[in-house]
Design a protein around this ligand. Structure first.
Ligand code: TUI
Length: 311
């Protein structure tokens, strides 16, 4: 199964959710460039998200979708609003969307839950998922424990629906590798943060371009909510407090509003600069279309040359 048959897009590439970043305008830019753009719900209530969906509809005639972050306090209203707006592609993150799936499917949407374990992948397929997005802990933001390299083949062996790989993909070689492990397409986030169209503060983009291979860390493990971010003053303070056994309230005081501080204010010292481990590979700010074209062309090239690799 080709992901493009499922999505109707030019490329088998979908955009990661990216709370507080992926506006209607940005999702439309990704869709116009040949990927599946997704309007992110994180940080928004149902009506604010509806506005962004309308903006997206007005700026593209290509397929697009919405990512529903299931920890959103307005999740129930958003789940219903997606039906009213007849959103055709729904991805979910940070939870189990099982109770919403029947309503979305009845409306005609295709649903691709993000999973970080074989167990959730199986549950999602039983609930009617059209594909699963298998996300390794190389990703930015909220992460699971397993890597893409280990999780992807195990989910591929366990379920019969198409698999979209996420986490650690920013080059054609990485895309080729996950296709060999059983994926029919990829979800990318971090490498789109350094696109010209991405509406984050320039400081955020510069921090990503400067980042080295080991620039990220994972905070929040002690709270059962691990989040991968760029190491900065805030991250170091958080990790120190976590190691000292600090409680939820004290830790939340540090991260409260952190993503907006980074995205909107450009505070990359005290903000939550969410990014995946591919940040060390990023070297330029480019149009979304160039990022998608390069990824696809290089993946094709890598796969067609694979038989020349000596083993
Ligand atoms: O959701 C994401 N990545 C995200 S969400 C986000 S917004 C945020 N803002 C502030 C603090 C924290 C988050 C930023 N990045 N990725 C998808 C994903 N889902 N990764 C891991 C999971 C996941 C983990 C456990 C999905 C389900 C799950 O268990 C559910 C269950 O019931 O078993």
């Amino acid at each position: 199964m080709n992901l493009t048959d499922l999505t109707g897009t030019k490329y088998p590439i979908i955009q990661g959710g990216m709370a507080n970043i992926a506006t209607g305008e940005f999702a439309a830019a990704v869709s116009n460039a040949g990927g599946l753009g997704l309007v992110a719900s994180g940080g928004m209530d149902a009506e604010a998200l509806r506005e962004q969906i309308k903006i997206c509809k007005s700026k593209t005639d290509k397929p697009f979708g919405v990512n529903l972050m299931l920890m959103n306090p307005d999740v129930e209203n958003i789940a219903q609003m997606l039906i009213e707006e007849k959103v055709q592609f729904i991805t979910t993150g940070a939870g189990n969307p099982g109770k919403y799936m029947a309503g979305w499917k009845a409306m005609g949407a295709k649903v691709f839950p993000v999973v970080a374990s074989v167990a959730l992948a199986k549950v999602m397929v039983r609930s009617g998922a059209d594909a699963v997005i298998v996300e390794g802990g190389e990703s930015g933001g909220h992460v699971g424990d397993m890597t893409t390299m280990t999780l992807l083949p195990q989910v591929a062996a366990a379920v019969d629906v198409p698999i979209i790989a996420a986490g650690g993909i920013a080059s054609g070689e990485q895309m080729a590798a996950v296709m060999l492990l059983g994926a029919c397409g990829v979800q990318i986030g971090t490498c789109l943060l350094v696109s010209e169209e991405c509406p984050i503060h320039d400081n955020y983009k510069e921090a990503l371009i400067k980042a080295k291979d080991n620039a990220t860390t994972v905070t929040g493990r002690s709270q059962g909510a691990p989040v991968r971010i760029i190491k900065n003053e805030m991250a170091r303070e958080y990790l120190k407090l976590e190691a000292e056994g600090a409680g939820r309230e004290e830790l939340e005081r540090i991260t409260l509003g952190g993503l907006r501080r980074a995205v909107v204010d450009g505070d990359i010292i005290r903000g939550s600069v969410m990014a995946g481990q591919v940040c060390g590979q990023l070297s330029a700010i480019r149009p979304v279309a160039d990022i998608l074209d390069d990824l696809y062309v290089n993946a094709k090239h890598t796969l067609s040359n694979a038989s020349t690799i000596a083993i």
